[in-house]
Design a protein around this ligand. Sequence first.
Ligand SMILES: *Cc1c(COP(=O)(O)O)cnc(C)c1O
Length: 372
Amino acid sequence: MKKTEARTGAILTIDLKALVDNWRLLRDRVAPRQCAAVVKADAYGLGMNRVAQALWNAGCKVFFVAQIEEATTLRKRLREAEIHVLNGLLEGTESDFLAQNLIPVLNDIHQIRAWTQFCGQTPRPCDIHLDTGMSRLGLSPEETEQLIADTDLCQALAPSLIMSHLACADSPNHKMNSGQLEEFTTLRQRLDAAGLRAPGSIANSSGIFLGADYHFDLARPGVAIYGVNPTPDNPNPMAQVVRLQAKILQVRTIDTPRAVGYGATHRVWGPSRIATVGVGYADGFLRTISNRGRAFIKDHRAPVVGRISMDLTTLDVTAVPEQLTQPGCMVDLIGPHSTVDDVAQAAGTIGYEILTGLGNRFLRVYSNGPGA
Ligand SMILES: *Cc1c(COP(=O)(O)O)cnc(C)c1O
């Protein structure tokens, strides 16, 4: 049976206009350089198909995903988009890349050799990923030297991009930023001299805000499109995209001292009201938010009290007008007064993890989209 407002314990609303406005803000910020969109992990939990379609309609032509499976799904939706696969060329998938017109990010020298061998006389689009400080994916400094020394290999490649990834872009004063920028610039010059020339890309969301030196030819923002603050030391320039409203299932009026929830970690002493809402850690409302987070009912604050359980969260609504706390009333767990970043802070994590952890049991509503 279909999820309906009556049947659901929570509504997740994804504001497609805010999403598109955010992408446009980033696009304008890097203009005249190009702006892509990273839509890996189901567009950071918000639904890749709907998100990518909205961005495509707004003029975004270049997309990044992590996995080839994600790229296959996206290709079905967007026949003309340029799709890059960050996790690289897994052995045996070369023909999938070719058949679906996907661009592999070549992350080591073996992947580079495998791709050139597979392509033979016809160089095909690929990205060369240089590791300049993450020690994660990308050519190690030794592999980059091997590539530079091998002019035949350099000339057999026709990359769409030479890219790298910043480790500390959200800390503008971190010395890693300028160090990686300098190394990337030098390596590109040396590859150029060896006959390998391609547009550059190093900026994720936060990297865009480090300034034009970091923009190169293409920026690859993800999280800022979805409303998370890419400049954590400053006010958020992005619009909120996500709202998570939970339904009040029951309200308990308490007159004599009593415990709330598993482990009895919260005690109520005086007269108070505790509302139980239908969202728990199985929905991505993390257990570390227990006794720390806060919800809002209109402008009224309702602290999370007691432990968050699998399907339920308890809120102290003593200070909230009673007519707003009846069973069936909705409470903002993520909303105008409690942003993804606020929830992340209460949970002791980052907005990325809150978004990608959002569960599948909500009624999902896409608002302000085409035709809305
Ligand atoms: C995820 C990712 C991005 C996007 O990063 P955000 O911080 O979400 O903007 C860009 N580049 C690479 C290589 C990534 O893995």
